[in-house]
Design a protein around this ligand. Structure first.
Ligand code: NAG
Ligand code: NAG
Ligand code: NAG
Length: 427
């Protein structure tokens, strides 16, 4: 571990404090309220915007999935179709699911949401094969860096892999925000680094100010100091940028977001998120030295609150949206677009450095189409054990495990297969 490793040195625990409601007037109350509760820590997803290039991945026509032939496929473009094959793992036997996402064991009664598969228009997305994943990542360290959506995706991956090999938890620190697992048969390490801004950030706390402070020119050393021992990095942030914050560039204040009373200029968060991603991708480009490193940026994950976050049916849908029923627009589309743009820009610069590969994992649209995949009230065990109440806490941000988020890792595996094929060709 590096010297300033977050694994050892994290002084700012996630606050359980609820901020004054007035601060959030412009945000969906439901979403915000959830962020600040002592619930699961939250983060976000992807989307599809017409102006963006599709991600091209390699689709394997072989059911065995080992042939890596290169049929380019735009996996962002497709639809959810019924699939009686069902989930890839058993939620009750996978030991690494955070409580709040373990919907089946929390008594979620409907199972229909488990029987869908993402069908890209141009190809078939193969079911996740742990053996293929291990083959591609053996002797390597895969790090997830970001917020609670990074964790949600990591936990999905661990469950998928656990069907073939049991992960050993070899490190955990600071309230489980920094953890590492090891798969002995393959010498594979998989870790999670809590870093909701990717850049240096001071999260609001009970004792300090009621807003986050972000230092947009400095990468967060809590994960970046370990970069030398990472072979593949999955970056996933977004939702924390919606919170009240003051932004610094070098040492001066650049502006703020939802900061009444502070006498700073409101600058919104889009340009700030863009800058944070730029700083991060530049740091990876510059700091990795000669080391080969593969970087995936998971795009924004939309939430699905309908009305108040704490009403009985805050995300009540039981099946995916039909095509055209829900458009990717507004904030979801904006965040997803800027993420795709920044990865494309970094990719263009990266060609001169061999060994650095970058790709977006563009899951915004396919996730937007799954209002049925969230825990809702089943973030807590058996929420209606004492009868249905009018008010109940809901998580319409994170994803049930098993659930639609498993598809993200299936697509990620396709990206890794394409990289492998390119490497074999010497590309
Ligand atoms: C999942 O695991 C539990 C506990 O081991 C078992 O009772 C259940 O039948 C399993 N379900 C499936 C679908 O395999
Ligand atoms: C095991 O994996 C680590 C990366 O996590 C790597 O540095 C090391 O060389 C690997 N060991 C062998 C024997 O390949
Ligand atoms: C707010 O900032 C402006 C410009 O920096 C300054 O002139 C003004 O005095 C400040 N107002 C307060 C109340 O601090």
């Amino acid at each position: 571990m590096g010297t300033k490793n977050p694994f050892k040195d994290q002084s700012h625990s996630l606050t359980k404090k609820i901020l004054p409601w007035a601060l959030y007037a412009l945000l969906p109350l439901a979403l915000l309220r959830l962020y600040f509760y002592p619930l699961p820590q939250f983060k976000a997803l992807p989307g599809e915007a017409p102006q963006n290039k599709p991600n091209i991945i390699t689709s394997s026509s072989s059911q065995e999935g080992e042939s890596f032939n290169e049929i380019p496929c735009d996996y962002t473009n497709g639809k959810w179709v019924r699939d009686k094959a069902g989930p890839l793992y058993n939620g009750s036997s996978c030991g690494t699911i955070k409580d709040g996402q373990n919907c089946i064991s929390h008594g979620r009664p409907d199972m229909g949401y488990l029987y869908w598969r993402w069908q890209p228009k141009q190809c078939k997305l193969p079911r996740f094969k742990p053996a293929t994943f291990f083959q591609l990542i053996k002797n390597k360290h895969l790090a997830f860096v970001g917020d609670s959506m990074a964790r949600n995706q990591l936990e999905s991956l661990l469950c998928l892999l656990a069907t073939a090999s049991s992960p050993e938890l070899v490190y955990h620190g600071d309230d489980n925000k920094f953890r590492r697992w090891y798969f002995p048969p393959y010498n594979v390490s998989v870790s999670i680094y809590w870093s909701p801004f990717l850049v240096k950030g001071i999260e609001k706390s009970n004792s300090g100010p009621n807003h986050n402070r972000l230092y947009l020119n400095s990468v967060d050393e809590r994960w970046a100091s370990d970069m030398g021992q990472m072979d593949m990095i999955v970056l996933s942030v977004g939702h924390w940028f919606l919170h009240p914050a003051v932004y610094f560039e070098e040492d001066s204040v650049l502006g703020c977001h939802y900061c009444p009373g502070l006498n700073y200029t409101e600058i919104g968060f889009y340009s700030v998120l863009r800058k944070a991603i730029q700083t991060t991708l530049e740091a990876i480009t510059e700091k990795r030295g000669n080391k080969a490193i593969h970087v995936i940026v998971t795009t924004f994950s939309p939430s699905h609150f309908e009305g108040d976050w704490d009403k009985a049916a805050a995300c009540p849908k039981k099946k995916p949206f039909e095509e055209g029923e829900k458009l990717l627009e507004g904030m979801d589309a904006e965040i997803r677009s800027l993420e795709v743009e920044e990865v494309e820009a970094a990719k263009a610069k990266a060609t001169q450095f061999s060994g650095l590969r970058l790709e977006t994992l563009d899951i915004t649209k396919l996730s937007l189409m799954r209002p049925d995949g969230h825990p809702g009230p089943y973030m807590y065990p058996f929420p209606f054990a004492n009868g249905v109440t009018e008010r109940v806490q809901n998580d319409c941000v994170h994803w049930c495990l098993p659930g639609p988020i498993d598809t993200w890792n299936e697509i990620m595996l396709e990206v890794m297969k394409r990289w492998e094929a390119q490497a074999r060709r010497g590309g």
